[in-house]
Write a protein that binds this ligand. Sequence first.
Ligand code: PEP
Length: 247
Amino acid sequence: MQYVIGNWKMHCTVPEAVALAGRIEDGLEDIAKDQPLPTVVLCPPFTALSAVSDVIQHRSISLGAQDVHWADHGPHTGEISPTQLKDLVQYVIIGHSERRESGETNEIVARKLKAVVTAGLIPILCVGEKELTSKAASEVATELKESLAEIEPKTVPDLLIAYEPVWAIGTGDVAESGHIAEVATHLKKTAAKIGISDGQVLYGGSVDRDNVERVVDISELDGLLVGGSSLSDQSFVSIVSAVSRHG
Ligand code: PEP
């Protein structure tokens, strides 16, 4: 696996975020003495991006934002544009289920994706079925296709697809390995058919330090998106360590 991404959601004041990032950085430096690290991306809230970017010295930590607006600038009170993020982050999460819950459609996600790619940032596109059914793979493939509707796929150099079953997020229920592998394979095939030959698929949904060993064994995956467990440096560093050991 190549990626471990931490989504801090609406947690941490600025001093708390700086302290957490510092502790994670220390932990990663310890791991790096013995093992090569995956790419680690931290996604703090907007309010802490600048301060966290100042404390991250480690070459293997990159920064991501949790959302973005599609417009470059304009009368959009409270929103942040890709251009405004460009100096701070390399990655942007788009279409997280918690945003979709507040009305974000595939059409909006597609506009955001286009804006992010145009700005030269790397999108982390979240897709995931709401309920566990036998149609999950085709449901998420439709989400993927509709989310890519605004762009010419061949122009997307990097795309991280985060497969996050909604029912697994924050519930303690990690999807079965076979289910994750099946959906990841279907997403890669769908991306390839559209013209994205190197779509990377990450899994997200209740990954923690106790279940990570099972998830890292899923060879169809290229990384993990971690929510709750990214808020504890010890848990998050243990997850990175498991990924790193697994290679
Ligand atoms: C997420 O919200 O992206 C996520 C994966 O959360 P958790 O790890 O807490 O399930």
